[in-house]
Design a protein around this ligand. Structure first.
Ligand code: NAP
Length: 315
């Protein structure tokens, strides 16, 4: 019993933070190793993949698979093997001693091993009008909000896979899509570049940045600056979709685990973070690949290592 006369909290073998492909793959492996893992979903059930319309490059689905469908299948598979998935959010994590202590919105949890799969969140443009008009035409998720732009014109910012993929998705609804990119070459994969160039609904404004979102009740236009000539033009648009990358969701662990300058948790090739017993999978530790398949692979590896770590301790 603790000082407060409350029974001590149950000590879990493995607690997994995050319910994207990394967290749920870790849950499948940890459950099959009979570690009875608990997954805390975080705010975004299924992670970023569940906001994606179609995943075409996850092996095993030659015709593609819906993002939320893939997330649901992974969760079902994890639960089938005995993992518990709870809609809850870690608000404080104490890694100073083992078992690790995690305070959630609802309770305190103790765990012998921790798998952090908290993923990443979109980067904002940080320009005038962006915050004020978020949800009123400014969006970071085409799958969530595309439908609202039926027969309307939308603007997409970015030149990576996300921007091009989401621009293509938006052409299903919007009458026209303008991609504004700060350079004249795209970093997106060749296949996506080919598809956007062939799509008659998509136009490009290159070497340009959006500097302001204009509108009162809703987005009415964006101010665009040519980065070479510095000329400014106003583009009338009903929506602004921003896809300029992500930041890892690791702030809560700052100062406790070694991280890169950008906040990615440093891990070794066995997914081990700087504190023994803490493993990290997916975008919280991956600035390079950020694919569903790589995150899932990291999740599996993290769970295998957590299993070995706990077994070694018993010996
Ligand atoms: P990303 O590859 O980092 O691309 C971000 C884009 O935004 C770049 O074109 C960048 O321009 C631009 N950008 C960054 N900051 C900006 C700013 N302040 N103002 C204007 N433009 C800005 O991000 P992502 O597209 O989200 O992709 C992230 C990772 O997920 C990548 O590894 C990608 O391959 C992967 N992903 C894969 C798929 C798929 O395979 N189907 C789908 C989505 C994402 P510069 O090019 O000039 O730097």
């Amino acid at each position: 019993m603790s000082e407060t006369n409350k029974p001590d909290a149950e000590i879990l073998n493995v607690l997994i933070l995050g319910s994207g492909p990394a967290g749920l793959s870790a849950a499948i492996y940890a459950a099959r190793a009979e570690l009875e893992p608990l997954v805390l979903t975080g705010l975004e059930l299924g992670g970023q993949v569940s906001l994606t319309n179609v995943i075409e490059n996850y092996p095993g689905f030659p015709d593609g698979v819906g993002g939320s469908e893939l997330g649901e299948l992974m969760q079902k598979q994890a639960e089938h093997f005995g993992a518990k998935v709870e809609f809850d959010l870690a608000v404080k994590i104490d890694l100073s001693e083992r078992p690790f202590r995690v305070q959630t919105e609802n309770k305190e949890i103790q765990a012998k091993a921790l798998i952090i799969a908290t993923g990443a969140s979109p980067i904002y443009l940080n320009i005038d009008g962006e915050k004020e008009l978020t949800g009123k035409g400014v969006s970071y998720c085409a799958t969530c909000d595309g439908w609202f732009f039926k027969n309307k014109s939308v603007t997409v910012v970015g030149g990576g896979d996300s921007a091009l993929e989401e621009a293509l998705f938006l052409t299903r609804f919007a009458s026209n899509v303008t991609i504004v990119h700060r350079r004249d070459i795209f970093r997106a994969s060749a296949i996506l570049q080919k598809r956007v160039k062939e799509n008659s609904k998509i136009k490009f404004v290159l070497n340009s940045i959006v500097t302001r979102v204009i509108g009162t009740e809703k987005v009415e236009a964006v101010l665009i600056k040519d980065v070479i000539t510095e000329d400014e033009t106003t583009l009338t648009t009903d929506g602004l979709f921003v896809f300029i990358g992500h930041v890892p969701n690791t702030l809560m662990l700052k100062g406790q685990l070694d991280m890169t300058e950008l906040g990615y948790i440093k891990i070794d090739y066995l997914m081990q973070a700087s504190i023994p017993g803490v493993f990290v999978a997916g975008e919280a530790a991956d600035p390079d690949f950020k694919q569903v398949v790589t995150s899932a692979g990291m999740g599996a590896a993290a769970a295998i290592q957590a299993t070995r770590f706990l077994e070694n301790e018993k010996e």
